[in-house]
Design a protein around this ligand. Sequence first.
Ligand code: NAD
Ligand code: UPG
Length: 439
Amino acid sequence: MKIAVIGTGYVGLVTGTCLAETGNTVICVDINEAKVLKMQNGEIPIYEPGLDVLFLRNIEQKRLTFTTDLALAVKDAQIIFMALPTPPGGDGAADLSYILGAAKDISKLVTEYKVIVNKSTVPVGTADKVQAVFAAHTDVEIDVVSNPEFLREGVAVEDFMKPDRVVIGTRSERAKKLMGELYGPYVRQGNPILFMDEKSSELTKYAANSFLATKITFMNEVANLCELVGADVDAVRRGIGSDERIGKRFLFPGIGYGGSCFPKDVQALAKSAEENKYDFAILRAVMVINEKQKTVLVEKVSKYYKGDLKGKHFAIWGLAFKPETDDIREAPALYIIDDLIKLGATVTVFDPEGMANVKNIIGDKVVYAENQYDALTGADALLIATEWSVFRNPDFDKIEEKLISKVIFDGRNLYDLDKMVDLGYYYNSIGRKLVEHGA
Ligand SMILES: NC(=O)c1ccc[n+]([C@@H]2O[C@H](COP(=O)([O-])OP(=O)(O)OC[C@H]3O[C@@H](n4cnc5c(N)ncnc54)[C@H](O)[C@@H]3O)[C@@H](O)[C@H]2O)c1
Ligand SMILES: O=c1ccn([C@@H]2O[C@H](COP(=O)(O)OP(=O)(O)O[C@H]3O[C@H](CO)[C@@H](O)[C@H](O)[C@H]3O)[C@@H](O)[C@H]2O)c(=O)[nH]1
């Protein structure tokens, strides 16, 4: 099939590349000229494991091309995907200006039937709004389909190529047939393509993200209680996760959920509920608790230094909001850096992929280390904010050599408590026993 993808960010680029991988001809459009030029030269603009191989292969085979020319992309496309930003507006509701703006631009270019697919995360009723934009500008028949994306950054290619499910919201038989054919190769293992109406499909996406954010938040609360009562959250996690009704995944406590999706999507669903005069109380609680959870690590640090962080120097391992991505949107590390600096401390950071993006935002407010051990030189303590594999089994001799004192605050529970006792560290993690120096 001939496909156009509008917006080549994390979702658009993965979607475009993975659709090309099954033999479709895909043209990707972006308004960011520098980014398009880069991609035309075979340079991938994001770090996403496994994407580079497919990206290059499909460019070479001429199934994947990039342009800033919307008209060129729309001309031959049977299906047009919109993978555009839907950031929170001032009031927390999703800002639909990118989607509705692009819909207007596309509507002026269509000359024959096309399926317009919304892959962005949008509130219920957006498909109707997009349909109305088209109706206002063209007589050409089009179908607007809601097809939310569930990929996770870091494993996006795998998630796209072998999705747990594909959700397609449309009441048009013609669109249903085309979408079913397009996604057939991705569900050969028997995972379902779930057809439903547009509104249910739109709500499915927000409900999924909000449920997962709630699950994590619940575990963060359990972790905080564990610290007060002397229980171990890892044991509790295993204890409840073995119940199939609960499941093992997304039960890891930490320093609050972040990323470009959960924070904004929970907020947008709560706002949607409010607009419909429904008080989605659990989501309000989730948001409040998550804000608080982002501060727990610095509170631990502050308590250890008796409230005085002036002149202290800290090393932070991990900036990306999760491992295996360079995405730093709503990354807990950014909040930690901000809090430490406000309290008078200085900071050196290291992240395998996220440092350039952080530098673009906060510049020289922190020092950027060449590697994880250099970050420790002269630091009073190490703080861990992202669970990159490379931090899981470090050389503790090197850590000891570089840190001023053997103090670690771990927001991701990377190390075994007994090991930290043996090594003689002060080790403060989330929802687990505090390991005191020489304990
Ligand atoms: N990032 C994820 O993991 C993820 C997963 C599932 C769903 N989503 C949803 O998908 C949508 C896109 O998210 P993202 O993370 O890919 O965003 P992103 O910010 O990474 O990418 C958006 C891209 O769209 C481009 N763009 C903006 N306006 C444009 C226009 N008028 N024409 C062409 N290109 C334009 C930008 O230059 C950018 O490259 C959001 O609604 C998000 O909630 C994201
Ligand atoms: O047990 C867990 C699992 C995750 N997190 C945190 O939750 C956030 C989100 O993690 P994850 O869901 O793995 O990353 P995303 O790439 O943001 O993916 C989510 O958001 C996407 C965008 O909507 C959806 O497509 C995905 O299905 C959904 O998992 C991160 O801050 C994680 O650190 C935890 O704290 N504990």
